[in-house]
Design a protein around this ligand. Structure first.
Ligand code: ADP
Length: 189
């Protein structure tokens, strides 16, 4: 069975960009709840329409919606090859539910990568990107949601002994080299 990796970090830390490179190099499934929600929104499914209200305000989508989407996804047989969660879990409740769902399958997470980037840099990167939720007031709310609801995950995974923090500043190549070093070490152990 392949590695099971969670990627945590504030919006703008470069999770999506690094995730694409990692899944290629380590042959993992890329599971991005942000991408799943945007696809559901564009397809105008009931879940997508509900999620859009939260996304456009920079708020987190309710845990029960996210947990249902993820449980359905990891129950599919292709997740045996290993996966990278990008943008999930985003709350301690989501992390607890993920641990339970994996335990029920007789497995667990191998490593949680935290991508660290100072807030001034995040704001500049997001404002330059121009996605629908990259307007200044929405960016501010997304950073608040991160600090209040997602940052507590760092302590949760630190306690579990699987947290690895990586410097996410500098170029994409520099970030990728740092992240790869952590995953190579994890694969060997
Ligand atoms: P970013 O990391 O740049 O904020 P994402 O694409 O991961 O972007 O997420 C975009 C939006 O989708 C979030 O602001 C939030 O509204 C919603 N979202 C994505 N993943 C989750 C999650 N695990 N829990 C709650 N909301 C989520």
């Amino acid at each position: 069975m392949g590695m099971k990796v969670v990627f945590v970090g504030p919006p703008g830390a470069g999770k999506g960009t690094q995730a694409e490179l990692i899944v290629k190099k380590y042959n993992l499934l890329h599971l991005s709840t942000g991408d799943m929600l945007r696809a559901a929104r564009d397809a105008k499914t009931p879940v997508g329409l509900k999620a859009e209200e939260y996304m456009s305000a920079g708020k987190l989508v309710p845990d029960d919606v996210i947990i249902a989407i993820i449980k359905e996804r990891i129950s599919q047989p292709d997740s045996d090859r290993g996966f990278l969660f990008d943008g999930f879990p985003r709350t301690v409740v989501q992390a607890e539910e993920l641990d339970k769902a994996l335990a029920a399958q007789g497995t667990k997470l191998d490593v949680v990568l935290e991508l660290q980037v100072p807030e001034e840099i995040l704001f500049t990167r997001l404002a330059a990107r121009g996605r629908a939720d990259d307007k200044p007031e929405v960016i501010r709310q997304r950073l608040v949601s991160y600090r209040e609801q997602t940052e507590p995950l760092i302590g949760y995974y630190q306690k579990a002994g699987i947290l690895k923090s990586v410097d996410g500043t500098g170029t994409i190549e520099e970030g990728f080299a740092r992240v790869s070093a952590v995953l190579d070490a994890c694969q060997e152990s």
